[in-house]
Ligand binder design. Sequence first.
Ligand SMILES: [Zn+2]
Length: 65
Amino acid sequence: MSLLDQCRHCDTPLSAEEQTSRLCDECSYFAADYQRYDALREEGYMPYQAKLICGLADPPDPDDE
Ligand SMILES: [Zn+2]
């Protein structure tokens, strides 16, 4: 199975029609965030940085240090 067959957020296998957005039904809520993420990646942001900006990743916990 290729990466394109899985939801980019939770790795759930996608149906044919879900493959357009690369997000499963449950994660289609994040579609706008991922569009922004893709735009940031094109601007040269690192994946983690771009996810932080879009709220797709948790910021580092200050208590971890
Ligand atoms: Zn998903």
